[in-house]
Design a protein around this ligand. Structure first.
Ligand SMILES: [Fe+2]
Ligand SMILES: [Fe+2]
Length: 280
């Protein structure tokens, strides 16, 4: 039986707000006039954020031989955009590092999937010369946050959902919506609104499994859809539903991505997977 909207909203309200530092990094990301100095000031005000950022900055992914020991140094060495992404990832990590037994996700499973989706989304934007790589990174990080809210319901009816998916031969999100009343993308959009996230992020999160439903920001939404599919196919899936939500041909066409582009992208992403410290 579908759950009531008020129950979903109650669970959304019970979740702590997004940290102020994350909100400020998002605001800085949106403003093209943001300076490195402003970014440094925001990060420095949150020591836990700075520490977690530096841990990641020193992973071999960034390929810097010497130790990066300050935020200022990170900005100089890694560049403004990479630092901004690191700050965002570190700010939302506590939310994503929870196990979700409803989706058969071990502790940190959602975190790893979200990070890989974020990095893939940014790389897709680079390859396609789309100007919103930073927003795509953040959208990739947050695309599955709705799972935090509905995992408890999914857990109750998990076997039934799987049975229904194989019987009806439709996607997992469709069955999620039919049985529970909401799918994790829609609920993620509600949470994003509650967190006062900008409209582009709300849209990309809400429609990441159904990009044709997005009225605006369709390119961004398609990028997140494809990045999510690629993260799944790289073996870092977002849960039990990973292979039960198809990668839509329409999204590939909208981004003019061919099979070969995907293969090249997948092999170029292989280097990300070698270094587990990137996902710490
Ligand atoms: Fe999803
Ligand atoms: Fe996902």
């Amino acid at each position: 039986m579908p759950i009531k909207l008020e129950h979903v909203l109650k669970r959304i309200q019970a979740l702590p707000p997004l940290p102020t530092s994350a909100m400020r990094v998002i605001a800085l990301t949106k403003n093209p006039a943001t300076s490195a100095q402003e970014l440094e000031t925001v990060i420095a005000q949150d020591p836990a954020l700075a520490a977690s950022m530096l841990r990641q900055a020193n992973s071999s992914y960034y390929g810097y031989a010497r130790r990066i020991s300050s935020v200022q140094e990170a900005i100089v060495v890694l560049g403004f955009q990479a630092t901004q992404g690191l700050a965002m990832a570190s700010a939302v990590a506590p939310f994503l590092k929870t196990g979700l037994s409803g989706y058969d996700m071990e502790q940190e499973g959602l975190w790893k999937h979200s990070m890989l989706t974020a990095m893939t989304a940014r790389r897709l934007c680079q390859n396609l010369k789309l100007p919103f790589g930073d927003v795509a990174f953040t959208a990739g990080l947050l695309h599955d946050i709705g799972k935090l809210i509905i995992a408890v319901y999914v857990q109750e009816v998990g076997p039934y959902l799987l049975k229904k998916v194989s019987e009806a031969k439709v996607s997992y999100v469709e069955i999620e919506e039919k049985v529970i009343g909401y799918n994790h993308a829609t609920v993620g959009g509600m949470l994003a609104k509650r967190w006062n996230l900008p409209e582009d992020l709300v849209t990309a999160i809400s429609y990441h499994h159904d990009p044709s439903g997005a009225e605006n920001y369709t390119k961004l939404t398609n990028v997140i859809h494809v990045a999510n599919g690629l993260a799944n196919s790289l073996g870092m899936g977002g849960g039990v539903d990973s292979f039960l939500n198809p990668l839509l041909q329409e999204s590939l066409e909208d981004l003019t991505l061919k099979e070969l582009d995907l293969e090249l992208l997948i092999s170029s992403l292989g280097d990300l997977l070698i270094d587990p410290s990137l996902f710490n």
